[in-house]
Design a protein around this ligand. Structure first.
Ligand code: DGL
Length: 281
Protein backbone atom coordinates (compact mmCIF):
# COMPACT_ATOMS: atom_id res chain seq x y z
CA UNK A 1 0.00 0.00 0.00
CA UNK A 2 1.38 3.39 -1.00
CA UNK A 3 0.48 6.61 0.81
CA UNK A 4 0.17 10.05 -0.74
CA UNK A 5 0.17 13.12 1.48
CA UNK A 6 -0.72 16.74 0.87
CA UNK A 7 -1.95 19.74 2.82
CA UNK A 8 -5.32 19.42 1.07
CA UNK A 9 -6.73 18.91 -2.41
CA UNK A 10 -3.55 19.39 -4.42
CA UNK A 11 -1.98 15.97 -3.96
CA UNK A 12 -5.02 14.44 -5.64
CA UNK A 13 -3.49 15.56 -8.95
CA UNK A 14 -0.47 13.38 -8.12
CA UNK A 15 -2.59 10.55 -6.74
CA UNK A 16 -4.69 10.42 -9.92
CA UNK A 17 -1.55 10.16 -12.08
CA UNK A 18 -0.18 7.43 -9.78
CA UNK A 19 -3.43 5.50 -9.86
CA UNK A 20 -3.49 5.74 -13.68
CA UNK A 21 0.11 4.47 -13.81
CA UNK A 22 -0.42 1.69 -11.23
CA UNK A 23 -4.09 0.65 -11.58
CA UNK A 24 -3.67 -2.56 -9.59
CA UNK A 25 -1.84 -0.98 -6.66
CA UNK A 26 -3.53 0.07 -3.45
CA UNK A 27 -3.24 3.73 -2.40
CA UNK A 28 -4.26 5.75 0.64
CA UNK A 29 -4.41 9.53 0.41
CA UNK A 30 -4.29 11.88 3.34
CA UNK A 31 -5.21 15.55 2.91
CA UNK A 32 -4.48 17.70 5.94
CA UNK A 33 -7.36 20.00 5.04
CA UNK A 34 -7.76 21.11 8.65
CA UNK A 35 -4.33 22.78 8.42
CA UNK A 36 -4.27 23.80 4.74
CA UNK A 37 -2.76 25.77 3.17
CA UNK A 38 0.83 25.05 4.23
CA UNK A 39 2.43 27.51 1.82
CA UNK A 40 2.64 30.49 4.16
CA UNK A 41 3.39 28.52 7.39
CA UNK A 42 6.74 28.47 9.20
CA UNK A 43 9.29 25.75 8.43
CA UNK A 44 8.82 24.22 11.88
CA UNK A 45 5.09 23.94 11.32
CA UNK A 46 5.50 22.40 7.87
CA UNK A 47 8.00 19.83 9.23
CA UNK A 48 5.77 18.90 12.19
CA UNK A 49 2.59 18.67 10.12
CA UNK A 50 4.30 16.61 7.41
CA UNK A 51 5.79 14.25 10.00
CA UNK A 52 2.36 13.77 11.58
CA UNK A 53 0.77 13.09 8.18
CA UNK A 54 3.43 10.56 7.20
CA UNK A 55 3.11 8.83 10.55
CA UNK A 56 -0.65 8.55 10.09
CA UNK A 57 -0.10 6.89 6.71
CA UNK A 58 2.51 4.52 8.15
CA UNK A 59 0.00 3.60 10.86
CA UNK A 60 -2.52 2.84 8.10
CA UNK A 61 -0.04 0.26 6.77
CA UNK A 62 1.83 2.21 4.08
CA UNK A 63 5.47 1.28 3.60
CA UNK A 64 6.11 4.11 1.22
CA UNK A 65 4.69 7.64 1.34
CA UNK A 66 4.90 10.08 -1.56
CA UNK A 67 4.71 13.71 -0.51
CA UNK A 68 2.24 14.99 -3.08
CA UNK A 69 3.16 18.49 -1.99
CA UNK A 70 6.05 20.69 -3.09
CA UNK A 71 5.94 22.76 0.09
CA UNK A 72 6.32 19.66 2.27
CA UNK A 73 8.98 18.32 -0.10
CA UNK A 74 11.04 21.51 -0.14
CA UNK A 75 10.82 22.17 3.60
CA UNK A 76 10.47 18.77 5.27
CA UNK A 77 11.46 15.87 3.02
CA UNK A 78 15.21 15.82 3.68
CA UNK A 79 14.73 16.27 7.45
CA UNK A 80 12.26 13.40 7.52
CA UNK A 81 14.46 11.10 5.43
CA UNK A 82 17.77 11.85 7.11
CA UNK A 83 17.07 12.89 10.70
CA UNK A 84 13.69 11.48 11.59
CA UNK A 85 13.06 8.12 9.86
CA UNK A 86 16.35 6.43 10.87
CA UNK A 87 15.59 7.18 14.53
CA UNK A 88 12.04 5.87 14.55
CA UNK A 89 10.27 2.54 14.66
CA UNK A 90 9.54 3.12 10.94
CA UNK A 91 12.91 1.99 9.64
CA UNK A 92 12.50 0.11 6.38
CA UNK A 93 9.78 2.49 5.26
CA UNK A 94 10.42 5.54 3.16
CA UNK A 95 9.21 9.01 2.23
CA UNK A 96 9.70 10.40 -1.27
CA UNK A 97 9.50 14.00 -2.46
CA UNK A 98 8.39 15.23 -5.86
CA UNK A 99 10.86 17.99 -6.67
CA UNK A 100 13.80 15.78 -7.76
CA UNK A 101 11.96 14.13 -10.69
CA UNK A 102 10.61 17.54 -11.75
CA UNK A 103 14.10 19.04 -11.81
CA UNK A 104 15.37 15.99 -13.73
CA UNK A 105 12.84 16.63 -16.48
CA UNK A 106 13.30 20.41 -16.44
CA UNK A 107 17.06 20.05 -16.85
CA UNK A 108 17.15 16.74 -18.73
CA UNK A 109 19.79 15.70 -16.19
CA UNK A 110 19.66 12.82 -13.70
CA UNK A 111 19.31 13.91 -10.06
CA UNK A 112 22.62 12.23 -9.18
CA UNK A 113 24.46 14.50 -11.62
CA UNK A 114 24.87 17.79 -9.80
CA UNK A 115 27.28 19.51 -12.16
CA UNK A 116 26.66 20.92 -15.61
CA UNK A 117 27.03 18.44 -18.44
CA UNK A 118 28.32 19.78 -21.76
CA UNK A 119 27.05 20.34 -24.34
CA UNK A 120 24.04 21.74 -22.49
CA UNK A 121 20.69 20.79 -23.91
CA UNK A 122 19.13 24.01 -22.64
CA UNK A 123 21.30 27.08 -22.98
CA UNK A 124 20.01 30.51 -22.07
CA UNK A 125 16.47 29.30 -21.77
CA UNK A 126 13.98 30.76 -19.35
CA UNK A 127 12.01 28.55 -16.96
CA UNK A 128 9.16 30.00 -14.94
CA UNK A 129 8.46 28.40 -11.56
CA UNK A 130 5.11 29.09 -9.92
CA UNK A 131 4.92 27.83 -6.33
CA UNK A 132 3.90 28.69 -2.78
CA UNK A 133 5.73 31.34 -0.79
CA UNK A 134 7.58 28.73 1.29
CA UNK A 135 8.67 26.69 -1.73
CA UNK A 136 9.97 29.79 -3.52
CA UNK A 137 11.77 30.95 -0.34
CA UNK A 138 13.44 27.55 -0.05
CA UNK A 139 14.97 28.30 -3.50
CA UNK A 140 15.06 24.57 -4.18
CA UNK A 141 13.85 24.69 -7.80
CA UNK A 142 16.11 27.64 -8.57
CA UNK A 143 19.24 26.10 -7.02
CA UNK A 144 18.73 22.58 -8.29
CA UNK A 145 18.00 23.73 -11.86
CA UNK A 146 20.89 26.18 -12.04
CA UNK A 147 23.35 23.72 -10.48
CA UNK A 148 22.83 21.53 -13.54
CA UNK A 149 22.11 24.21 -16.14
CA UNK A 150 23.83 27.42 -14.99
CA UNK A 151 22.82 29.41 -18.04
CA UNK A 152 19.12 28.83 -17.54
CA UNK A 153 17.31 31.85 -16.20
CA UNK A 154 14.80 30.74 -13.56
CA UNK A 155 11.98 33.20 -12.94
CA UNK A 156 10.45 32.45 -9.55
CA UNK A 157 6.90 33.50 -8.85
CA UNK A 158 5.39 32.96 -5.41
CA UNK A 159 1.60 32.66 -5.65
CA UNK A 160 0.70 33.47 -2.05
CA UNK A 161 -3.06 33.23 -2.32
CA UNK A 162 -3.64 30.65 -5.03
CA UNK A 163 -3.59 27.33 -3.13
CA UNK A 164 -5.85 28.80 -0.44
CA UNK A 165 -8.31 30.08 -3.05
CA UNK A 166 -8.40 26.64 -4.71
CA UNK A 167 -8.93 24.96 -1.31
CA UNK A 168 -11.76 27.38 -0.57
CA UNK A 169 -13.48 26.41 -3.83
CA UNK A 170 -13.45 29.98 -5.17
CA UNK A 171 -15.33 30.39 -8.48
CA UNK A 172 -13.45 30.22 -11.78
CA UNK A 173 -13.60 33.97 -12.46
CA UNK A 174 -11.82 34.72 -9.16
CA UNK A 175 -9.21 31.99 -9.79
CA UNK A 176 -8.76 33.32 -13.33
CA UNK A 177 -8.01 36.80 -12.00
CA UNK A 178 -5.53 35.44 -9.44
CA UNK A 179 -3.68 33.33 -12.05
CA UNK A 180 -3.64 36.23 -14.56
CA UNK A 181 -2.07 38.46 -11.93
CA UNK A 182 0.71 35.97 -11.03
CA UNK A 183 1.46 35.29 -14.70
CA UNK A 184 1.76 39.00 -15.38
CA UNK A 185 4.06 39.47 -12.34
CA UNK A 186 6.23 36.63 -13.66
CA UNK A 187 6.38 38.22 -17.13
CA UNK A 188 7.46 41.54 -15.58
CA UNK A 189 10.31 39.75 -13.78
CA UNK A 190 11.43 37.99 -16.93
CA UNK A 191 11.56 41.41 -18.63
CA UNK A 192 9.26 40.20 -21.36
CA UNK A 193 11.36 37.11 -22.21
CA UNK A 194 8.91 34.30 -22.85
CA UNK A 195 9.67 31.22 -20.72
CA UNK A 196 10.29 28.03 -22.68
CA UNK A 197 8.34 26.18 -20.09
CA UNK A 198 6.58 26.72 -16.80
CA UNK A 199 6.78 24.45 -13.78
CA UNK A 200 3.59 24.47 -11.74
CA UNK A 201 5.53 23.80 -8.55
CA UNK A 202 2.53 23.36 -6.29
CA UNK A 203 0.31 20.33 -6.72
CA UNK A 204 -2.80 22.48 -6.35
CA UNK A 205 -1.98 24.38 -9.54
CA UNK A 206 -2.72 21.58 -12.04
CA UNK A 207 -6.31 21.94 -10.81
CA UNK A 208 -6.29 25.33 -12.57
CA UNK A 209 -3.84 24.41 -15.34
CA UNK A 210 -6.20 25.63 -18.13
CA UNK A 211 -6.05 29.10 -16.55
CA UNK A 212 -2.23 29.06 -16.62
CA UNK A 213 -2.32 27.89 -20.24
CA UNK A 214 -4.77 30.70 -21.04
CA UNK A 215 -2.62 33.46 -19.56
CA UNK A 216 0.90 32.23 -20.38
CA UNK A 217 2.28 33.07 -23.83
CA UNK A 218 1.25 30.40 -26.32
CA UNK A 219 4.79 29.12 -26.87
CA UNK A 220 5.34 28.43 -23.13
CA UNK A 221 4.84 24.75 -22.36
CA UNK A 222 3.46 23.72 -18.95
CA UNK A 223 5.31 20.76 -17.41
CA UNK A 224 2.95 18.15 -16.01
CA UNK A 225 4.37 17.40 -12.58
CA UNK A 226 1.84 14.64 -11.70
CA UNK A 227 2.77 12.66 -14.82
CA UNK A 228 6.49 13.23 -14.19
CA UNK A 229 6.10 11.95 -10.61
CA UNK A 230 4.19 8.86 -11.78
CA UNK A 231 6.90 7.97 -14.28
CA UNK A 232 9.63 8.54 -11.69
CA UNK A 233 7.82 6.31 -9.19
CA UNK A 234 7.65 3.56 -11.78
CA UNK A 235 11.46 3.66 -12.15
CA UNK A 236 11.87 3.82 -8.36
CA UNK A 237 9.64 0.80 -7.74
CA UNK A 238 11.53 -1.24 -10.32
CA UNK A 239 14.62 -0.75 -8.16
CA UNK A 240 12.78 -1.02 -4.81
CA UNK A 241 10.09 -3.60 -5.48
CA UNK A 242 9.86 -4.58 -1.79
CA UNK A 243 7.52 -1.60 -1.35
CA UNK A 244 5.10 -3.42 -3.63
CA UNK A 245 4.36 -6.55 -1.63
CA UNK A 246 1.25 -8.71 -1.59
CA UNK A 247 -0.91 -6.15 0.20
CA UNK A 248 -0.18 -3.75 -2.66
CA UNK A 249 -2.28 -5.62 -5.15
CA UNK A 250 -5.85 -5.18 -3.99
CA UNK A 251 -6.26 -2.08 -6.15
CA UNK A 252 -7.88 -0.17 -3.29
CA UNK A 253 -8.19 3.59 -3.08
CA UNK A 254 -8.99 5.40 0.15
CA UNK A 255 -9.15 9.16 0.63
CA UNK A 256 -8.75 10.43 4.18
CA UNK A 257 -8.92 13.97 5.50
CA UNK A 258 -8.27 15.77 8.75
CA UNK A 259 -10.93 18.28 7.68
CA UNK A 260 -14.67 18.50 7.19
CA UNK A 261 -15.77 15.88 4.64
CA UNK A 262 -18.89 17.71 3.44
CA UNK A 263 -17.05 20.97 2.97
CA UNK A 264 -14.26 19.25 1.06
CA UNK A 265 -16.57 17.37 -1.27
CA UNK A 266 -18.40 20.62 -1.87
CA UNK A 267 -15.36 22.74 -2.68
CA UNK A 268 -13.47 20.14 -4.72
CA UNK A 269 -13.84 20.57 -8.46
CA UNK A 270 -11.66 17.90 -10.01
CA UNK A 271 -12.54 15.71 -12.94
CA UNK A 272 -12.09 12.24 -11.48
CA UNK A 273 -15.49 10.61 -12.00
CA UNK A 274 -15.04 7.30 -10.17
CA UNK A 275 -12.97 8.49 -7.19
CA UNK A 276 -14.23 7.45 -3.77
CA UNK A 277 -15.51 10.13 -1.38
CA UNK A 278 -13.28 11.46 1.37
CA UNK A 279 -13.61 9.92 4.81
CA UNK A 280 -12.78 11.65 8.08
CA UNK A 281 -9.58 10.41 9.65
N1 DGL B 1 -0.09 21.49 -2.73
C1 DGL B 1 0.98 21.94 -1.94
C2 DGL B 1 2.23 22.22 -2.72
O1 DGL B 1 2.48 21.49 -3.67
C3 DGL B 1 0.70 22.87 -0.81
C4 DGL B 1 -0.05 24.10 -1.07
C5 DGL B 1 -0.35 24.76 0.26
O2 DGL B 1 -0.85 24.06 1.14
O3 DGL B 1 -0.06 25.95 0.40
O4 DGL B 1 3.00 23.09 -2.43
Amino acid sequence: MIGVFDSGHGGLTVLKALKDQFPSTSFIYLGDHAKAPYGNRSSEEVVDLTKAGVETLFNQGCKLVVLGCNTATSIACRTLQQDWLPNTEWQGRNVLGIIAPTVEVATQTPWGVTEPQYPQMYKEDVIAVFATQRTIESAVFDEEIRKRCPQIHVVNQACKTLAGAIEAGEPTDILDEIVANYVSLMMEKSAGKVPHFAVLGCTHYPLVEPLFVKHLPASCRVLSQPRIVAQALEHYLKRHSHYLDADCSDAGLTLLTTGDVLQIEDSLVFAWPDRPEFKAL
